[in-house]
Design a protein around this ligand. Structure first.
Ligand SMILES: [Zn+2]
Length: 244
């Protein structure tokens, strides 16, 4: 999961209407779901980390910039108004969530082997909250044509695209090809998959970190070496940030 920094609020007060924060959020974070990382052209929603409705609602945070991320319909609806205990989950605006998960070729997400027991529990809670470990499914229209694919199969597609790009890169790396690959990654989304596939190539990892908005700003990567820095710097001192 791509770590990001949304930085300080563009306005001095809370937002009267949280939807008004959306253009600024997209401009700063890029048009991707903050959780599953897929690119979203339309229907990207302002996500309330702590819920705005239901028994665990935090009304004070409904218009609070620091409570906002961006989410796709699946992540948003699965998370719903469930209780969010910041101390028990990992969040991309405050933890180094890139370290938490491994993206496998079959589209599954696993908890990182490097995680100690407590960290693994936080990571598993995060997957559960968002339903990111749900089984494969697709939506078919009346004629049996596939009209929508879920997050898991989109991850598989992104993995195949990134693998193909890597094959080309290994044949003939040059600046133009690198730029094309970065643009392909931006269009395909799934930053973490591109970083995993190009794991052995620091120059490409640095390009991805710098191309996906708000990622470098998270302070979770060394942008000279491409290496991951842990724990997250949590530059905005968000509650329960910097756990990993
Ligand atoms: Zn999502």
């Amino acid at each position: 999961m791509r770590p990001v920094r949304r930085d300080v609020s563009p306005i001095a007060t809370d937002f009267a209407h949280y939807e008004d924060a959306k253009p600024e959020l997209i401009s700063r974070l890029g048009g991707y779901c903050s959780y599953c990382e897929r690119p979203i052209k339309t229907n990207l929603a302002v996500e309330h980390i702590e819920p705005k409705n239901g028994p665990f609602a935090q009304p004070d945070l409904q218009g609070r910039w620091s409570n906002f991320l961006l989410a796709c319909v699946n992540c948003n609806s699965h998370k719903g108004s469930k209780q969010v205990l910041l101390q028990d989950i990992l969040l991309p605006d405050r933890d180094n969530t890139f370290l938490a998960f491994v993206y496998e070729a079959d589209g599954k997400i696993k908890i990182s082997d490097s995680f100690m027991a407590a960290q693994a529990v936080w990571a598993q809670n995060t997957l559960g909250l968002l339903g990111l470990d749900k089984e494969w499914s697709e939506t078919l229209d009346q004629n049996g044509q596939q009209v929508a694919i879920d997050r898991e199969s989109q991850r598989m597609e992104a993995m195949a695209t990134a693998d193909h790009a890597l094959q080309e890169f290994m044949k003939q790396a040059n600046n133009i090809l690198e730029e094309i690959i970065v643009n392909l990654a931006l269009a395909t989304g799934f930053f973490s998959i591109w970083m995993s596939v190009f794991d052995l190539y620091p120059t490409m990892k640095i390009r991805f970190i710098q191309a996906f908005k708000a990622t470098e700003l998270s302070g979770c990567f060394n942008t000279t070496t491409g290496q991951v820095l842990t724990p997250a710097a949590n530059p905005d001192a968000l509650p329960f940030g910097g756990k990993v």
